[in-house]
Design a protein around this ligand. Sequence first.
Ligand code: ADP
Ligand code: ASP
Ligand code: MG
Length: 471
Amino acid sequence: MRTILKFGGTSVATKAALDALVRIVAEVSGERAVVVSATAGTTDALVSAAEIARNGDGPGAERIARELEAKHRALVVDLFGRDELPAAMEAVRELSAITERTIELLHSVALLHELTARTRDAILSYGERVCAPVVAALLSARGVPATAVSAATVIATDGQFGNANPRLEETRTQALAVLAPLLVKGTVPVVTGFIGATGDGVITTLGRGASDYTAGILAAVLDADQCLIYTDVSGVMSADPRTVKDARPLPMLSYAEMAELAYFGAKILHPRAVLPALEKRIPVRILNTFAPADHGTTISGSAVLDGSVVKATTSLGGLGLVTVQGVGMSGVPGFAARVFDTCAAENVSVLMISQSSSENSICLVVPEDASGRLRTALELMFRAELQRHDVERVSVEAPVAIVAAVGEGMRGAPGVAGRVFGALGRAGVNVMAIAQGSSELNISLVVAERDRDGAVLAIHGEFHSGSDRPA
Ligand code: ADP
Ligand code: ASP
Ligand code: MG
């Protein structure tokens, strides 16, 4: 039996959490590999240190790095006490060395007033790189032999800094060379989540929140029997518990449902995390470090029909709605292709598309900070059509949010859209655009950012307090 266990930011940030982590890892039998995130808040602090350095404030950036160093030192003292401290010496040495190196990087960014994506990744990798040695030292001191492993030696990626893509074959070779021997001799590798390295050994990151993805990748390349994601809630819930107080835990989800939820903003799991496990049909469970006996959520290959229609409602904010509109667009072949070519040329990722059936408008939902740039590029692309009034205008509405209702039970169930829009109407929420995937697994709609929480509450209330609520 081979198990990959991943612990998120809050699960590695305090003595109580790490004591729980040790108990959880010790109780799993067979071969185990652990993936850790940076401690809660660390990556966000590194993001601001990098920004501050870019603005030329080297001392300000250094201050943040020193605070992070102090925070980790305090954690080590808390964990090991004065008596056991020698067991953590190696981790403390690493902490100092990585801090100094990061401070050097921050100062060079400040000097140049330039932050490349590559340097940013090197700075952001700090959090996981200082965490893994602490967790490995703690496990070893508590009788579970463990060793810290930098994912730079395991996860091979392309050079797309900030959002690197894993190269699975090379990763498999490296995982078999670096991790498998440890697993076989019963040593737990504690691998840094979130990061990888290019073929030249340059550190990359896999995207914010991507330690989950690291766990999924390792589960796949190591042919694990299960992948356990430990976080600070008891599994995936019917909505973000911070917004919806009566959100319920969902015992089972299909890979497809989880992927839709994650894609549309359910922060609990990174959107790409389920893909590697899906291909290998490895069961993924989401569990609570602070309540490990809770059932949590099992994500499995088959559709799970539990009698519910909409299983969960989620939202994603910070977006812009770009609309290309005009009566002269109908029936013109290649029009949409030119819109998407423009998105590709501008390197803008499109999260949702919706076209009116009269073909009079195409709506694109993109990150808010890219929406102005995309409008300018589209105006340039369609300047002739704009002059002829075939295209009336290219407009941007921002900030907007996508709200998505997800559930396998929606497939073929009549009247779901009607209930969604009825609930939104009663709540006074104006819907700006709608899309339904052909899989019929989700209805997603665009609302103004200020209506985001209201829309989630309205849809959740409609489907989770009514009669179709599963027992
Ligand atoms: P970790 O650091 O363990 O990866 P994250 O903060 O990334 O933890 O994800 C867990 C958080 O996701 C929860 O604390 C919760 O607030 C949030 N969340 C958002 N949507 C959901 C949902 N549908 N179900 C459960 N949690 C959710
Ligand atoms: N530490 C990284 C982040 O905050 C990765 C993760 O937590 O999964 O984005
Ligand atoms: Mg996370």
